[in-house]
Write a protein that binds this ligand. Structure first.
Ligand SMILES: [Zn+2]
Length: 174
């Protein structure tokens, strides 16, 4: 993990989240930023008691429940955060303004399943047909759960660029 900037208030990189079903994109963005963010999507759907399960999950694991449901956020009290914004970049910005996240991309976590990535073996890289065909100075990482290869400069690049833009804009803001 990279060192935190020293010119900012210290952030807790160990902060953990739980996203509701409406916040799948935000969940993926938080994982790109290195945050441990579980998703309500992993629960079986159609359970009328899901809200109560989410509250218990957040409390048990010390996660902040991110939800588009104002009433649910209220029930979660200090464990909850109501996300009013619809646009993904507004959502990210709002969490940043509340001091809950910083905007540093850390490629340490699988954006699809939240598992921590590890270094990929030569065999795993060779066995992946979407690995870059041009040789380069890539760092290859592997999700052992999805069996998916990541490298610096993947498809995630556009997300990283958007986060970087946002980061610069919020730093330049008065
Ligand atoms: Zn994965």
């Amino acid at each position: 993990m990279q060192a935190e900037d020293t010119n900012r208030a210290p952030m807790n990189p160990e902060r953990k989240f739980l996203g509701d079903r409406m916040l799948g994109t935000l969940t993926r963005y938080l994982r790109f930023l290195g945050y441990d963010c579980e998703s309500a999507d992993t629960l079986p759907s159609g359970n009328p008691g899901e809200d109560t399960m989410l509250l218990a999950w957040a409390e048990k694991e010390g996660r902040i429940l991110l939800t588009r449901d104002r009433e649910l956020a209220g029930r979660a009290r200090e464990h909850g955060m109501y996300i009013r914004e619809k646009d993904i970049l507004d959502q990210v910005k709002m969490l940043r303004e509340h001091g809950l996240i910083d905007l540093k991309v850390r490629l340490i976590r699988c954006s699809l399943c939240n598992t921590l990535l590890r270094g990929a073996t030569d065999e795993e890289i060779r066995g992946t047909d979407y690995a870059p065909s041009v040789p380069g100075d890539f760092i290859y990482l592997w999700c052992p759960t999805c069996r998916r290869l990541y490298w610096n400069g993947t498809h995630s690049e556009s997300i990283i660029r958007r986060i970087d833009d946002l980061s610069q804009r919020s730093e330049n803001a008065p």
